[in-house]
Design a protein around this ligand. Structure first.
Ligand code: CMP
Length: 172
């Protein structure tokens, strides 16, 4: 008669490890990430706020906080401090403070990398069709959107634009 093979005994730590792997594979319990997006003055002036936001939303990212604001020079310089020694710094500050922009905290799995994919390359000539910059802009200075380049900068940049009380807990 056929005898069912005996189940291998699994030690408790192994069992715990297997459970964690299963969760990871199913993307259950994946921690959400937050990132900063600036919808820059050129996008606001061209009436592209809705277009830009909808591209992020359609991909599954959610809004955690949002502000329509005009940057003063001090905040602009702090935000772009990493570029302070570049020759394009002053024109960049002049542009980013030239009119209202929308600051958005977006949330989701791998939000930092996902946002950068959706935006496309910084240089619009390199940005692929289907990305925001690839579809809507042609000049590096007027490249419509900014997205944090890594989780560490995201945390620092979000602190410049939002206080804890600005975040809304989503119902989904
Ligand atoms: P952003 O993602 O906001 O980060 C820094 C910004 O500097 C970048 O988008 C561009 O708008 C701008 N920038 C980067 N490189 C250049 C460049 N070579 N000439 C002009 N502007 C630039």
């Amino acid at each position: 008669m056929f005898a069912a093979p005996r189940a291998k005994s699994v030690t408790a730590p192994t069992a715990v490890r297997l459970r964690v792997n299963i969760f990871r594979r199913g993307n259950v319990n994946m921690p959400k990430e937050r990132t900063l997006v600036l919808i820059k003055p050129d996008a606001v002036q061209r009436g592209l706020i809705g277009e830009v936001l909808s591209r992020f939303e359609r991909k599954g990212l959610t809004l955690a906080a949002m502000k329509l604001m005009r940057l003063d020079r001090e905040l602009a310089c702090r935000h772009y401090a990493a570029h302070a020694d570049k020759d394009f710094f002053e024109p960049l500050i002049a542009f980013i403070t030239s009119g209202p922009l929308v600051a958005v905290a977006l949330e989701g799995e791998n939000a930092v990398a996902l946002v950068r994919k959706i935006m496309g390359a910084t240089d619009p000539m390199e940005a692929a069709p289907g990305t925001i910059r690839g579809d809507f802009c042609e000049r590096m200075r007027y490249n419509l959107v900014h997205g944090s380049d890594c989780p560490l900068s995201a945390a620092e940049e979000l602190r410049l634009f939002f206080n804890e009380c600005d975040y809304v807990v989503s119902g989904h």
